[in-house]
Design a protein. Sequence first.
Length: 113
Amino acid sequence: MTIDISKLSIPELDQLIVRAAQRREELNSPMSDAQPQGELRAVLDPKWYVSMVDAGTLLQIRDPGHNWLNYIIPPAPRAVLLTHLLQQALMPKLENSNLQMLPAPSGGGGRLH
């Protein structure tokens, strides 16, 4: 099945993406928890915001194709993430890395609340 998306407006595309994501969740097909490998497509220095919520930290990241993605990170995983980010922020720049295109740590254009 092919859907012609060339004439869809932004709101129509947003609705299609939401419906497709909901359908993807319903299929319950296996999705690995392992870190993706190989060639990756990544957004360079996306806009992001963090806010405290009852369940932990709300992390909002803007993706050009999906608009704002929202994640709630409970306190224990938040501490693990902080540890990894701090460790990487303090590491010297890797000279021979496949990921040299990644920026140095920055504020991501967001606000810390």
